[in-house]
Design a protein around this ligand. Sequence first.
Ligand code: NAI
Length: 493
Amino acid sequence: MVQVNNICCIGAGYVGGPTCTVIAQMCPQITVTVVDINEERIRAWNSNQLPIYEPDLQEVVESCRGRNLFFSTNVKEAIKNADIIFISVNTPTKTFGMGKGRAADLKYVEACARQIADIADGYKIVVEKSTVPVRAAEIIRRIFQTSTKPNLSFQVLSNPEFLAEGTAIENLKNPDRILIGGDETPAGQEAIEALCEIYKHWVPKNKIITTNTWSSELSKLAANAFLAQRISSINSISALCEVTGADVGEVAHAIGTDNRIGRPFLQASIGFGGSCFQKDILNLIYICETLSLHEVALYWQQVLDINEYQRRRFASRIVSCLFNTVADKKIAVLGFAFKKDTGDTRESSSIHVCKYLMDEGAHLAIYDPKVKKEQIIRDLTHPTISEDNPGRVSKLVTIVSEPYAACENTHALVICTEWDIFKHLDYERLYEKMLKPAFIFDGRRVLDVLHKKLQQIGFQVETIGKRVHPALSSHVLSCHKKQDQTPAKKIKT
Ligand code: NAI
Protein backbone atom coordinates (compact mmCIF):
# COMPACT_ATOMS: atom_id res chain seq x y z
CA MET A 1 0.00 0.00 0.00
CA VAL A 2 1.33 3.45 -1.00
CA GLN A 3 1.79 5.68 2.06
CA VAL A 4 0.60 9.25 1.41
CA ASN A 5 2.00 11.95 3.71
CA ASN A 6 2.26 14.87 1.32
CA ILE A 7 -0.08 16.18 -1.35
CA CYS A 8 0.75 18.94 -3.79
CA CYS A 9 -1.87 20.68 -5.90
CA ILE A 10 -0.75 22.72 -8.90
CA GLY A 11 -3.28 25.51 -9.56
CA ALA A 12 -4.85 27.55 -6.74
CA GLY A 13 -8.07 28.45 -8.55
CA TYR A 14 -11.77 27.73 -8.03
CA VAL A 15 -11.05 23.99 -8.01
CA GLY A 16 -7.54 23.60 -6.56
CA GLY A 17 -8.14 25.96 -3.61
CA PRO A 18 -11.43 24.62 -2.23
CA THR A 19 -10.71 20.95 -3.07
CA CYS A 20 -7.39 20.88 -1.26
CA THR A 21 -8.74 22.92 1.63
CA VAL A 22 -11.37 20.25 2.26
CA ILE A 23 -8.80 17.43 1.84
CA ALA A 24 -6.59 19.19 4.41
CA GLN A 25 -9.47 19.58 6.86
CA MET A 26 -10.58 15.97 6.48
CA CYS A 27 -7.04 14.47 6.57
CA PRO A 28 -5.18 16.35 9.33
CA GLN A 29 -2.26 13.88 9.19
CA ILE A 30 -1.52 14.77 5.53
CA THR A 31 0.36 17.94 4.56
CA VAL A 32 -1.37 19.66 1.65
CA THR A 33 0.44 22.36 -0.34
CA VAL A 34 -1.41 24.32 -3.02
CA VAL A 35 0.93 26.06 -5.45
CA ASP A 36 0.42 28.57 -8.23
CA ILE A 37 2.59 30.73 -10.47
CA ASN A 38 0.22 33.66 -9.79
CA GLU A 39 1.83 35.39 -6.80
CA GLU A 40 -1.14 37.69 -6.19
CA ARG A 41 -3.49 34.71 -5.93
CA ILE A 42 -1.22 32.94 -3.44
CA ARG A 43 -0.90 36.14 -1.39
CA ALA A 44 -4.69 36.36 -1.29
CA TRP A 45 -5.03 32.70 -0.22
CA ASN A 46 -2.69 33.52 2.67
CA SER A 47 -4.74 36.59 3.69
CA ASN A 48 -8.21 37.29 5.04
CA GLN A 49 -9.38 38.33 1.56
CA LEU A 50 -9.43 35.02 -0.29
CA PRO A 51 -9.13 35.32 -4.08
CA ILE A 52 -12.54 33.71 -4.62
CA TYR A 53 -15.87 34.05 -2.86
CA GLU A 54 -17.47 30.78 -1.83
CA PRO A 55 -19.81 30.28 1.15
CA ASP A 56 -18.01 28.76 4.21
CA LEU A 57 -14.65 28.69 2.40
CA GLN A 58 -13.00 31.27 4.69
CA GLU A 59 -13.85 29.23 7.83
CA VAL A 60 -12.58 25.96 6.37
CA VAL A 61 -9.35 27.62 5.18
CA GLU A 62 -8.78 29.20 8.60
CA SER A 63 -9.35 25.87 10.34
CA CYS A 64 -6.26 24.31 8.75
CA ARG A 65 -4.11 26.98 7.05
CA GLY A 66 -0.64 26.96 8.62
CA ARG A 67 -1.37 23.60 10.30
CA ASN A 68 -1.42 21.10 7.41
CA LEU A 69 -2.58 23.41 4.60
CA PHE A 70 -0.13 25.72 2.85
CA PHE A 71 -0.39 28.07 -0.14
CA SER A 72 2.89 28.76 -1.90
CA THR A 73 4.57 29.85 -5.11
CA ASN A 74 7.39 27.37 -4.57
CA VAL A 75 6.16 24.86 -7.13
CA LYS A 76 9.45 22.94 -7.27
CA GLU A 77 9.66 22.18 -3.59
CA ALA A 78 6.02 21.13 -3.38
CA ILE A 79 6.45 18.72 -6.30
CA LYS A 80 9.63 17.28 -4.78
CA ASN A 81 7.98 16.57 -1.43
CA ALA A 82 4.68 15.24 -2.74
CA ASP A 83 3.49 11.63 -2.91
CA ILE A 84 0.41 12.68 -4.86
CA ILE A 85 0.32 15.66 -7.25
CA PHE A 86 -3.03 17.06 -8.36
CA ILE A 87 -3.03 19.04 -11.61
CA SER A 88 -5.79 21.64 -11.20
CA VAL A 89 -4.73 24.20 -13.75
CA ASN A 90 -7.05 25.89 -16.23
CA THR A 91 -7.90 24.18 -19.53
CA PRO A 92 -9.50 27.00 -21.53
CA THR A 93 -10.86 26.87 -25.05
CA LYS A 94 -8.14 27.47 -27.65
CA THR A 95 -8.21 31.01 -29.01
CA PHE A 96 -5.89 30.45 -31.97
CA GLY A 97 -4.77 27.93 -34.60
CA MET A 98 -6.23 24.48 -35.14
CA GLY A 99 -9.39 23.88 -33.12
CA LYS A 100 -9.66 27.62 -32.35
CA GLY A 101 -12.85 28.36 -30.42
CA ARG A 102 -13.56 24.68 -29.69
CA ALA A 103 -10.60 22.49 -28.68
CA ALA A 104 -9.27 22.57 -25.12
CA ASP A 105 -5.94 24.31 -24.77
CA LEU A 106 -3.78 21.85 -22.85
CA LYS A 107 -0.65 24.00 -22.70
CA TYR A 108 -0.95 24.50 -18.92
CA VAL A 109 -1.45 20.78 -18.28
CA GLU A 110 1.48 19.95 -20.52
CA ALA A 111 3.66 22.54 -18.76
CA CYS A 112 2.82 20.90 -15.41
CA ALA A 113 3.65 17.44 -16.73
CA ARG A 114 7.01 18.65 -18.02
CA GLN A 115 7.79 20.41 -14.75
CA ILE A 116 6.90 17.32 -12.72
CA ALA A 117 9.04 15.11 -14.99
CA ASP A 118 11.89 17.58 -14.58
CA ILE A 119 11.76 17.90 -10.81
CA ALA A 120 10.28 14.70 -9.44
CA ASP A 121 12.23 11.74 -8.16
CA GLY A 122 11.05 8.37 -6.88
CA TYR A 123 7.39 7.29 -7.10
CA LYS A 124 4.65 9.86 -7.77
CA ILE A 125 0.94 9.56 -8.37
CA VAL A 126 -0.12 12.34 -10.75
CA VAL A 127 -3.83 13.13 -10.75
CA GLU A 128 -5.71 14.99 -13.48
CA LYS A 129 -8.19 17.13 -11.56
CA SER A 130 -8.58 19.59 -14.41
CA THR A 131 -11.27 18.82 -16.99
CA VAL A 132 -9.46 17.47 -20.04
CA PRO A 133 -10.30 15.86 -23.40
CA VAL A 134 -10.61 12.09 -23.34
CA ARG A 135 -7.15 10.47 -23.62
CA ALA A 136 -5.32 13.51 -22.22
CA ALA A 137 -3.70 11.27 -19.59
CA GLU A 138 -1.83 9.69 -22.48
CA ILE A 139 -0.02 13.01 -23.07
CA ILE A 140 1.10 13.18 -19.45
CA ARG A 141 2.25 9.55 -19.48
CA ARG A 142 4.25 10.04 -22.67
CA ILE A 143 6.02 13.08 -21.23
CA PHE A 144 7.00 11.08 -18.13
CA GLN A 145 8.12 8.14 -20.24
CA THR A 146 10.75 10.33 -21.92
CA SER A 147 12.43 10.98 -18.57
CA THR A 148 15.80 9.31 -18.25
CA LYS A 149 15.85 9.46 -14.43
CA PRO A 150 16.42 5.86 -13.31
CA ASN A 151 14.42 6.09 -10.09
CA LEU A 152 11.41 8.08 -11.40
CA SER A 153 8.23 6.04 -11.56
CA PHE A 154 4.68 7.27 -11.73
CA GLN A 155 1.03 6.50 -12.22
CA VAL A 156 -1.40 8.90 -13.88
CA LEU A 157 -4.98 8.95 -12.60
CA SER A 158 -8.06 10.83 -13.71
CA ASN A 159 -10.11 12.27 -10.83
CA PRO A 160 -12.38 14.94 -12.31
CA GLU A 161 -13.99 17.47 -10.01
CA PHE A 162 -17.79 17.79 -9.93
CA LEU A 163 -18.16 20.71 -7.50
CA ALA A 164 -20.44 23.59 -8.46
CA GLU A 165 -19.37 27.14 -7.66
CA GLY A 166 -21.55 28.69 -4.98
CA THR A 167 -21.93 25.33 -3.22
CA ALA A 168 -18.33 24.09 -3.53
CA ILE A 169 -17.68 23.35 0.14
CA GLU A 170 -20.98 21.52 0.58
CA ASN A 171 -20.35 19.55 -2.65
CA LEU A 172 -16.81 18.66 -1.58
CA LYS A 173 -17.84 17.56 1.91
CA ASN A 174 -20.88 15.58 0.72
CA PRO A 175 -20.16 14.62 -2.87
CA ASP A 176 -22.69 12.65 -4.95
CA ARG A 177 -19.74 10.55 -6.02
CA ILE A 178 -15.98 10.55 -6.37
CA LEU A 179 -14.74 9.29 -9.72
CA ILE A 180 -11.27 7.83 -10.10
CA GLY A 181 -9.96 6.38 -13.35
CA GLY A 182 -6.63 4.65 -13.83
CA ASP A 183 -4.66 1.94 -15.56
CA GLU A 184 -6.10 -1.54 -15.40
CA THR A 185 -2.64 -2.93 -14.46
CA PRO A 186 -1.84 -3.95 -10.84
CA ALA A 187 0.29 -0.78 -10.48
CA GLY A 188 -2.59 1.33 -11.77
CA GLN A 189 -5.01 -0.33 -9.35
CA GLU A 190 -2.60 0.26 -6.47
CA ALA A 191 -2.49 3.99 -7.31
CA ILE A 192 -6.29 4.11 -7.51
CA GLU A 193 -6.45 2.46 -4.08
CA ALA A 194 -4.06 5.07 -2.61
CA LEU A 195 -6.27 7.92 -3.84
CA CYS A 196 -9.42 6.11 -2.65
CA GLU A 197 -7.87 5.96 0.84
CA ILE A 198 -7.66 9.78 0.92
CA TYR A 199 -11.35 10.20 0.06
CA LYS A 200 -12.40 7.40 2.43
CA HIS A 201 -11.54 9.75 5.31
CA TRP A 202 -14.95 11.33 4.76
CA VAL A 203 -16.68 9.85 1.70
CA PRO A 204 -18.61 6.55 2.07
CA LYS A 205 -16.99 3.72 0.12
CA ASN A 206 -20.08 3.14 -2.04
CA LYS A 207 -19.82 6.68 -3.38
CA ILE A 208 -16.33 6.13 -4.77
CA ILE A 209 -16.51 4.94 -8.36
CA THR A 210 -13.44 3.53 -10.07
CA THR A 211 -13.16 3.12 -13.84
CA ASN A 212 -10.58 2.98 -16.57
CA THR A 213 -8.84 6.30 -17.31
CA TRP A 214 -10.78 7.12 -20.49
CA SER A 215 -14.22 6.50 -18.97
CA SER A 216 -13.35 8.85 -16.13
CA GLU A 217 -12.11 11.61 -18.44
CA LEU A 218 -15.12 11.30 -20.73
CA SER A 219 -17.61 11.14 -17.83
CA LYS A 220 -16.71 14.67 -16.77
CA LEU A 221 -17.36 16.10 -20.24
CA ALA A 222 -20.54 14.04 -20.53
CA ALA A 223 -21.80 15.16 -17.09
CA ASN A 224 -21.41 18.83 -17.96
CA ALA A 225 -22.99 18.29 -21.38
CA PHE A 226 -26.02 16.56 -19.80
CA LEU A 227 -26.45 19.30 -17.18
CA ALA A 228 -26.26 22.05 -19.79
CA GLN A 229 -28.60 20.09 -22.04
CA ARG A 230 -31.30 20.11 -19.33
CA ILE A 231 -31.02 23.89 -19.02
CA SER A 232 -31.26 24.35 -22.78
CA SER A 233 -34.19 21.93 -22.91
CA ILE A 234 -36.23 23.83 -20.33
CA ASN A 235 -35.20 27.16 -21.87
CA SER A 236 -36.45 26.00 -25.27
CA ILE A 237 -39.78 25.15 -23.61
CA SER A 238 -39.82 28.60 -21.94
CA ALA A 239 -39.95 30.25 -25.37
CA LEU A 240 -42.99 28.16 -26.21
CA CYS A 241 -44.62 29.05 -22.87
CA GLU A 242 -44.30 32.77 -23.49
CA VAL A 243 -46.21 32.47 -26.74
CA THR A 244 -48.88 30.02 -25.63
CA GLY A 245 -49.69 31.17 -22.10
CA ALA A 246 -48.24 28.07 -20.42
CA ASP A 247 -46.03 28.77 -17.39
CA VAL A 248 -42.60 27.15 -17.58
CA GLY A 249 -42.46 26.94 -13.77
CA GLU A 250 -45.60 24.82 -13.76
CA VAL A 251 -44.36 22.74 -16.68
CA ALA A 252 -40.99 22.15 -14.94
CA HIS A 253 -42.80 21.08 -11.77
CA ALA A 254 -45.14 18.79 -13.67
CA ILE A 255 -42.41 17.03 -15.63
CA GLY A 256 -39.87 17.08 -12.78
CA THR A 257 -42.07 14.95 -10.54
CA ASP A 258 -41.57 12.10 -13.00
CA ASN A 259 -38.80 10.00 -11.44
CA ARG A 260 -37.35 9.31 -14.85
CA ILE A 261 -36.87 13.04 -15.40
CA GLY A 262 -36.23 14.44 -11.89
CA ARG A 263 -36.49 17.97 -10.53
CA PRO A 264 -32.97 19.50 -10.55
CA PHE A 265 -31.74 21.74 -13.33
CA LEU A 266 -35.18 22.55 -14.72
CA GLN A 267 -35.08 26.24 -13.84
CA ALA A 268 -35.67 28.37 -16.93
CA SER A 269 -33.43 31.43 -17.10
CA ILE A 270 -31.40 33.66 -19.38
CA GLY A 271 -29.07 30.72 -19.92
CA PHE A 272 -26.16 28.98 -18.29
CA GLY A 273 -22.76 30.54 -17.75
CA GLY A 274 -19.63 29.69 -15.81
CA SER A 275 -16.22 28.62 -16.92
CA CYS A 276 -17.11 25.01 -17.66
CA PHE A 277 -20.35 24.20 -19.50
CA GLN A 278 -19.64 26.01 -22.75
CA LYS A 279 -15.95 25.17 -22.76
CA ASP A 280 -16.53 21.48 -22.05
CA ILE A 281 -19.30 21.09 -24.63
CA LEU A 282 -17.14 22.85 -27.24
CA ASN A 283 -14.41 20.41 -26.35
CA LEU A 284 -16.81 17.47 -26.71
CA ILE A 285 -17.98 18.79 -30.07
CA TYR A 286 -14.40 19.16 -31.25
CA ILE A 287 -13.53 15.61 -30.21
CA CYS A 288 -16.60 14.28 -32.08
CA GLU A 289 -15.71 16.25 -35.19
CA THR A 290 -12.13 15.04 -35.23
CA LEU A 291 -13.46 11.47 -34.92
CA SER A 292 -15.93 12.09 -37.80
CA LEU A 293 -18.94 11.78 -35.49
CA HIS A 294 -20.65 14.74 -37.17
CA GLU A 295 -24.23 13.97 -36.06
CA VAL A 296 -23.11 13.72 -32.44
CA ALA A 297 -21.24 17.02 -32.75
CA LEU A 298 -24.32 18.73 -34.23
CA TYR A 299 -26.53 17.38 -31.43
CA TRP A 300 -24.38 18.97 -28.70
CA GLN A 301 -23.86 22.17 -30.69
CA GLN A 302 -27.60 22.76 -30.43
CA VAL A 303 -27.36 22.91 -26.62
CA LEU A 304 -25.00 25.89 -26.99
CA ASP A 305 -27.10 27.48 -29.73
CA ILE A 306 -30.24 27.44 -27.57
CA ASN A 307 -28.26 29.06 -24.75
CA GLU A 308 -27.19 31.91 -26.96
CA TYR A 309 -30.72 32.18 -28.39
CA GLN A 310 -32.14 32.52 -24.87
CA ARG A 311 -29.82 35.42 -24.00
CA ARG A 312 -30.58 37.19 -27.27
CA ARG A 313 -34.29 36.54 -26.94
CA PHE A 314 -34.35 38.07 -23.46
CA ALA A 315 -32.45 41.20 -24.54
CA SER A 316 -34.69 41.51 -27.57
CA ARG A 317 -37.76 41.32 -25.35
CA ILE A 318 -36.43 44.17 -23.20
CA VAL A 319 -35.97 46.32 -26.29
CA SER A 320 -39.38 45.55 -27.74
CA CYS A 321 -41.19 46.12 -24.43
CA LEU A 322 -39.42 49.46 -24.00
CA PHE A 323 -41.21 50.65 -27.16
CA ASN A 324 -38.62 49.25 -29.54
CA THR A 325 -35.78 51.46 -28.46
CA VAL A 326 -33.45 51.58 -25.50
CA ALA A 327 -31.08 54.12 -27.04
CA ASP A 328 -30.12 56.62 -24.34
CA LYS A 329 -32.50 54.98 -21.88
CA LYS A 330 -31.16 54.04 -18.48
CA ILE A 331 -31.52 50.42 -17.41
CA ALA A 332 -30.60 48.92 -14.04
CA VAL A 333 -28.92 45.52 -14.23
CA LEU A 334 -29.02 43.56 -10.98
CA GLY A 335 -26.53 40.73 -10.89
CA PHE A 336 -23.40 40.20 -12.96
CA ALA A 337 -21.99 36.90 -11.60
CA PHE A 338 -22.91 33.82 -13.62
CA LYS A 339 -24.93 32.49 -10.68
CA LYS A 340 -25.63 33.39 -7.07
CA ASP A 341 -23.13 32.88 -4.25
CA THR A 342 -20.07 33.34 -6.42
CA GLY A 343 -18.10 36.32 -7.65
CA ASP A 344 -17.16 34.43 -10.83
CA THR A 345 -18.28 36.11 -14.05
CA ARG A 346 -16.75 33.76 -16.59
CA GLU A 347 -19.25 33.25 -19.47
CA SER A 348 -21.95 34.94 -17.38
CA SER A 349 -25.20 35.44 -19.32
CA SER A 350 -25.31 38.90 -17.75
CA ILE A 351 -22.32 39.92 -19.89
CA HIS A 352 -24.18 38.94 -23.05
CA VAL A 353 -27.43 40.64 -22.07
CA CYS A 354 -25.42 43.81 -21.29
CA LYS A 355 -23.67 43.52 -24.65
CA TYR A 356 -26.96 43.37 -26.55
CA LEU A 357 -28.32 46.35 -24.61
CA MET A 358 -25.13 48.35 -25.19
CA ASP A 359 -25.34 47.50 -28.90
CA GLU A 360 -28.74 49.25 -28.81
CA GLY A 361 -27.26 52.30 -27.07
CA ALA A 362 -28.69 51.72 -23.57
CA HIS A 363 -27.06 53.25 -20.49
CA LEU A 364 -26.54 50.57 -17.85
CA ALA A 365 -26.27 50.92 -14.07
CA ILE A 366 -24.92 47.57 -12.87
CA TYR A 367 -24.98 46.18 -9.35
CA ASP A 368 -23.65 42.86 -8.07
CA PRO A 369 -22.98 42.08 -4.40
CA LYS A 370 -19.79 40.09 -5.04
CA VAL A 371 -18.30 41.16 -8.36
CA LYS A 372 -15.70 43.91 -8.30
CA LYS A 373 -16.10 46.97 -10.51
CA GLU A 374 -12.82 46.29 -12.35
CA GLN A 375 -14.01 42.80 -13.25
CA ILE A 376 -17.26 44.11 -14.76
CA ILE A 377 -15.37 46.70 -16.81
CA ARG A 378 -12.84 44.07 -17.93
CA ASP A 379 -15.64 41.73 -19.05
CA LEU A 380 -17.57 44.40 -20.93
CA THR A 381 -14.52 45.88 -22.66
CA HIS A 382 -13.35 42.46 -23.83
CA PRO A 383 -12.97 42.45 -27.65
CA THR A 384 -15.66 39.76 -28.03
CA ILE A 385 -18.15 42.01 -26.23
CA SER A 386 -17.24 45.55 -27.24
CA GLU A 387 -15.58 44.57 -30.52
CA ASP A 388 -13.75 47.59 -31.91
CA ASN A 389 -15.38 50.08 -29.53
CA PRO A 390 -14.18 49.41 -25.96
CA GLY A 391 -14.62 53.15 -25.28
CA ARG A 392 -18.39 52.73 -25.31
CA VAL A 393 -18.26 51.06 -21.88
CA SER A 394 -17.03 54.22 -20.15
CA LYS A 395 -19.84 56.17 -21.86
CA LEU A 396 -22.64 53.69 -21.29
CA VAL A 397 -21.86 51.83 -18.06
CA THR A 398 -21.93 52.87 -14.41
CA ILE A 399 -21.16 50.40 -11.63
CA VAL A 400 -23.01 51.07 -8.39
CA SER A 401 -22.49 49.73 -4.90
CA GLU A 402 -26.11 49.17 -3.91
CA PRO A 403 -29.29 48.21 -5.80
CA TYR A 404 -31.32 51.34 -4.98
CA ALA A 405 -28.70 53.58 -6.58
CA ALA A 406 -28.87 51.43 -9.72
CA CYS A 407 -32.58 52.19 -10.17
CA GLU A 408 -32.44 55.98 -9.97
CA ASN A 409 -34.29 57.35 -13.04
CA THR A 410 -34.25 54.05 -14.90
CA HIS A 411 -36.85 52.80 -17.35
CA ALA A 412 -36.30 49.19 -16.43
CA LEU A 413 -34.81 46.89 -13.86
CA VAL A 414 -33.28 43.72 -15.27
CA ILE A 415 -32.43 40.79 -13.00
CA CYS A 416 -29.60 38.73 -14.43
CA THR A 417 -28.37 36.75 -11.39
CA GLU A 418 -30.58 34.93 -8.86
CA TRP A 419 -29.04 36.48 -5.71
CA ASP A 420 -31.41 35.90 -2.76
CA ILE A 421 -31.20 39.56 -1.71
CA PHE A 422 -33.10 40.53 -4.86
CA LYS A 423 -36.18 38.79 -3.43
CA HIS A 424 -36.13 41.06 -0.40
CA LEU A 425 -35.63 44.52 -1.91
CA ASP A 426 -38.05 47.33 -1.09
CA TYR A 427 -39.80 47.36 -4.47
CA GLU A 428 -42.05 50.26 -3.56
CA ARG A 429 -38.95 52.36 -2.95
CA LEU A 430 -37.44 51.16 -6.22
CA TYR A 431 -40.64 51.99 -8.08
CA GLU A 432 -40.58 55.53 -6.72
CA LYS A 433 -37.06 56.02 -8.07
CA MET A 434 -37.84 54.74 -11.58
CA LEU A 435 -39.31 56.45 -14.64
CA LYS A 436 -42.83 55.34 -15.62
CA PRO A 437 -43.95 53.00 -16.99
CA ALA A 438 -41.48 51.08 -14.82
CA PHE A 439 -40.55 47.63 -16.13
CA ILE A 440 -39.07 44.65 -14.34
CA PHE A 441 -37.47 41.95 -16.48
CA ASP A 442 -36.87 38.92 -14.30
CA GLY A 443 -34.28 36.84 -16.14
CA ARG A 444 -33.98 34.34 -13.29
CA ARG A 445 -37.57 34.03 -12.11
CA VAL A 446 -36.49 35.05 -8.60
CA LEU A 447 -39.55 37.27 -8.18
CA ASP A 448 -42.10 34.62 -9.18
CA VAL A 449 -44.10 34.82 -5.95
CA LEU A 450 -44.00 38.62 -5.97
CA HIS A 451 -45.44 39.20 -9.44
CA LYS A 452 -48.93 40.13 -8.25
CA LYS A 453 -47.55 42.47 -5.60
CA LEU A 454 -45.20 44.08 -8.09
CA GLN A 455 -48.07 44.65 -10.50
CA GLN A 456 -50.09 46.23 -7.70
CA ILE A 457 -47.20 48.61 -7.03
CA GLY A 458 -47.42 49.58 -10.69
CA PHE A 459 -44.60 47.62 -12.33
CA GLN A 460 -44.95 46.04 -15.74
CA VAL A 461 -43.49 42.59 -15.08
CA GLU A 462 -41.86 40.42 -17.71
CA THR A 463 -40.29 37.11 -16.87
CA ILE A 464 -38.89 34.04 -18.58
CA GLY A 465 -41.36 31.42 -19.71
CA LYS A 466 -44.54 33.09 -18.49
CA ARG A 467 -46.96 35.80 -19.51
CA VAL A 468 -47.36 37.99 -16.46
CA HIS A 469 -49.09 40.94 -18.07
CA PRO A 470 -52.13 39.86 -20.05
CA ALA A 471 -52.32 43.27 -21.73
CA LEU A 472 -48.97 42.60 -23.36
CA SER A 473 -49.75 39.10 -24.56
CA SER A 474 -50.55 40.00 -28.15
CA HIS A 475 -47.37 42.05 -28.25
CA VAL A 476 -45.33 39.14 -26.91
CA LEU A 477 -46.93 36.95 -29.55
CA SER A 478 -45.98 39.40 -32.28
CA CYS A 479 -42.35 39.48 -31.04
CA HIS A 480 -42.13 35.72 -31.15
CA LYS A 481 -43.43 35.51 -34.67
CA LYS A 482 -40.23 37.19 -35.75
CA GLN A 483 -37.77 34.42 -36.34
CA ASP A 484 -34.71 36.65 -36.20
CA GLN A 485 -35.78 38.26 -32.92
CA THR A 486 -35.42 41.77 -34.28
CA PRO A 487 -37.73 44.07 -32.32
CA ALA A 488 -41.31 44.37 -33.55
CA LYS A 489 -41.99 47.62 -35.39
CA LYS A 490 -45.16 48.52 -33.51
CA ILE A 491 -46.35 47.82 -30.03
CA LYS A 492 -49.84 46.33 -29.98
CA THR A 493 -51.39 46.58 -26.58
P1 NAI B 1 -8.71 28.84 -12.47
O1 NAI B 1 -8.36 29.61 -13.67
O2 NAI B 1 -9.51 29.48 -11.38
O3 NAI B 1 -7.35 28.32 -11.75
C1 NAI B 1 -6.30 27.72 -12.44
C2 NAI B 1 -5.00 28.18 -11.77
O4 NAI B 1 -3.93 27.43 -12.32
C3 NAI B 1 -4.66 29.66 -12.00
O5 NAI B 1 -4.55 30.31 -10.75
C4 NAI B 1 -3.32 29.61 -12.75
O6 NAI B 1 -2.44 30.66 -12.39
C5 NAI B 1 -2.77 28.27 -12.31
N1 NAI B 1 -1.75 27.72 -13.20
C6 NAI B 1 -1.80 27.59 -14.56
N2 NAI B 1 -0.65 27.02 -14.99
C7 NAI B 1 0.12 26.79 -13.90
C8 NAI B 1 1.41 26.20 -13.71
N3 NAI B 1 2.12 25.73 -14.74
N4 NAI B 1 1.90 26.14 -12.46
C9 NAI B 1 1.19 26.60 -11.42
N5 NAI B 1 -0.04 27.15 -11.53
C10 NAI B 1 -0.57 27.23 -12.77
O7 NAI B 1 -9.40 27.52 -12.97
P2 NAI B 1 -10.50 26.64 -12.20
O8 NAI B 1 -11.83 27.23 -12.34
O9 NAI B 1 -9.98 26.29 -10.85
O10 NAI B 1 -10.50 25.33 -13.12
C11 NAI B 1 -9.40 24.44 -13.14
C12 NAI B 1 -9.81 23.17 -13.87
O11 NAI B 1 -10.89 22.54 -13.18
C13 NAI B 1 -10.32 23.42 -15.29
O12 NAI B 1 -9.92 22.36 -16.10
C14 NAI B 1 -11.84 23.43 -15.12
O13 NAI B 1 -12.48 23.03 -16.30
C15 NAI B 1 -12.02 22.38 -14.04
N6 NAI B 1 -13.24 22.53 -13.24
C16 NAI B 1 -13.66 23.77 -12.84
C17 NAI B 1 -14.80 23.90 -12.06
C18 NAI B 1 -15.28 25.24 -11.63
O14 NAI B 1 -16.40 25.32 -11.12
N7 NAI B 1 -14.52 26.32 -11.79
C19 NAI B 1 -15.56 22.71 -11.63
C20 NAI B 1 -15.00 21.48 -12.06
C21 NAI B 1 -13.89 21.40 -12.85
